[in-house]
Design a protein. Sequence first.
Length: 235
Amino acid sequence: MSARSRRRTQAELALGALHVEGPVCGVDEAGRGPLAGPVYAAAVVLDPARPIRGLRDSKQLDAPRRETLSLRIRERARAWAIASASVEEIDALNILQASLLAMQRAVAALGLVPALARVDGDRAPKLACAVQTIIGGDASDRAISAASILAKVARDAEMCALHERFPQYGFDRHKGYGTPEHLRLLQLNGPCGVHRRSFAPVRALLAPSGGAEPSVESFRAALFAASADVLLEDD
């Protein structure tokens, strides 16, 4: 049995153990890792009578395929909702808590109360229903896969819109992630209003009190410290 099949079997067994009666929604986020832009989340209740072929983790799909599946999810799902948490909320709460807040908002906006929310990962948002966390759920649970696709497509669209306001950073290409191009343009232009000031590479470029300019060494140190965390596309 493959690792993916084992995860799916474990998830199905866990669901059965909960004795759930009623709608089950999948929940996932997009945009925890980037240095700029809001974090998005989506919640989806699939309709067994209207199956959607090709659902999988959004990272395993190219952009055109995600767009196509996003339209099908919106057309065929029993319920779906997308929500976000702002850059200001990310900096005030931290990225984990802001991600959970976006999930809460997405589930609340569904238009129905699910009996169970199945959430990708190992951290659960506080919801008015039962919650089941599933590590790797975006690859093993179809409703979570659908949520990951909606969240990713919505966030990418937002970053393309932000590119129109801040074309000097190339948000339409890297979507705010810490790519070499983005890091070069960030150091060249300095942070803008949609950069996450609590993230180390951005924080290193902000002038400390007294007006002293940050050094190249401090910026490089921040990049090294963040290389195993925020610079990786983890949604």
